[in-house]
Design a protein around this ligand. Structure first.
Ligand code: NAP
Length: 382
């Protein structure tokens, strides 16, 4: 296993982290197959994985209740006496924080669930512009200071699926140790993106990558045009995706949700070659062509300049168009639709369009936005 230093923390973390959001289950998401999951963790730890990522709701029945991932992990580490051998990361469910006392309540509950006195990396889960001001008002940054001071957490961080400008604002607001962002070869210009990754890394913040395979889509649903570009290579699609990420020096840990032994074995093997700047010129060139092949499938040439905003009806036009493009690029409409509903407020959805046309007057690309919003509604809402 290769290790990289995690931002300015000085901690040496395995470049492959174990994401505990997609553990093997017995039929239902909240029923972890503990025997299989333990076998996977045994093998991962034995082969040098030392970073485990979980969160309060993982493997639960809804986002408003504690799931079974933390509980399973706590019991696993206790039974195996492995707690001191790993970096344990979990996240506070920011969307459930209503009163200042909720923060201590969740942290104390999570310490119990994980059967530990200290959480190594404690992240604010899924920060979004729409909840950030509320969290600041609650005193979340002061809470982090106090939890570090009393030793309940060692390092602080946050995860974010929101856009670059907001991500940078959060980065600037506190002395974070780590941040977690969605990143893969298709997501360099959406959400936090390449600009956000580099911004955090320049400031010594450790970078943890989530959804390196876009939730598995980049391994499962490879379009014919892309498969053709990889002809002649014996790398699997997952291998290409991981090698692409580890090639980037600003990336510290790539978290992978592995739910079979085959996936774990493959990802461990790939990680053996995950040095920074390790792709050959030919491999780099192929990946540029792969990205282009996906881009050629997009249906609207929106550059997300934001000139169309604000929409009088409150629609998040650039984001709606970005989801329309993702739906066209990926053979996985369910995943994209899930993101569309998860990330955008109801008022930001395309169906709120009153066809006033103000956005089209302002659009730098002269796009037929009203028509495109109808397509978004048809594709993602109906
Ligand atoms: N903070 C947040 O908001 C947030 C959000 C998302 C994730 N995360 C964290 O980040 C971790 C990683 O994200 P992720 O689970 O979405 O990662 P991912 O690697 O993008 O997707 C995981 C899925 O990829 C597939 N896979 C993994 N290795 C493979 C291989 N070698 N070959 C083929 N398919 C393979 C599996 O899919 P199938 O077996 O299902 O086909 C697996 O369920 C999560 O587990 C979680 O800990 C955090």
């Amino acid at each position: 296993m290769l290790y990289r230093e995690l931002g300015s923390t000085g901690e040496k973390v395995s470049i492959l982290g174990f994401g505990c959001m997609r553990l093997p289950v017995k039929g239902r998401y909240d029923k972890i197959d503990e025997k299989k999951a333990s076998k996977l963790l045994d093998h991962a730890l034995k082969n040098g994985v030392n970073y485990l990522d979980t969160a309060y709701p993982y493997h639960g029945i809804s986002n408003s209740e504690g799931g079974n991932s933390e509980v399973f992990l706590g019991e696993y580490l206790y039974q195996r006496d492995e707690r001191s051998q790993v970096y344990l990361a979990t996240k506070i469910p920011t969307w459930l924080l209503k009163e200042p006392e909720d923060m201590d309540r969740f942290l104390d509950e999570q310490l119990k669930r994980l059967q530990t006195d200290q959480i190594d990396f404690y992240l604010l889960h899924s920060l979004k512009e729409k909840n950030w001001f509320h969290l600041e008002d609650l005193g979340i940054l002061e809470f982090l200071d106090s939890a570090v001071a009393d030793g309940r957490i060692k390092y602080t961080g946050f995860s974010c699926h929101d856009e670059t400008a907001f991500f940078k604002e959060v980065v600037n607001s506190y002395q974070w140790d780590v941040c977690q962002l969605q990143y893969n070869y298709l997501d360099e210009q959406i959400q936090v993106g390449k600009e956000g990754l580099e911004y955090a890394a320049e400031r010594g913040i450790g970078t943890l990558i989530m959804e390196p395979l876009k939730g598995g889509v980049l391994a499962r649903q490879v379009p014919f045009e892309v498969a053709k570009l990889w002809e002649g290579s014996d790398w699997t699609p997952a291998e290409w995706a991981f090698r692409y990420l580890w090639n980037i020096p600003q990336i510290d840990v790539v978290l992978s949700g592995m739910n079979t032994m085959e996936q774990l074995l493959e990802n461990l093997k790939t990680a053996e070659k995950g040095w920074p700047d390790s792709l050959s010129p030919w491999e780099n060139e192929v990946m540029e062509q792969v990205k282009q092949a996906y881009k050629d499938k997009i249906t609207v040439e929106c550059s997300a300049c934001g000139y169309c905003m604000p929409c009088p009806s409150g629609i998040n036009i650039p984001q709606c168009l970005s989801y329309l493009n993702q739906a066209a690029m990926l053979n996985d409409i369910t995943n994209v639709r899930g993101q569309y509903y998860f990330m955008l407020k109801d008022t930001e959805h395309a169906s709120n369009c009153l066809e006033c046309g103000l956005c089209e007057e302002m659009c730098s690309q002269r796009l037929p936005i009203r028509e495109k919003l109808k397509e978004v509604k048809k594709t993602l809402e109906e």
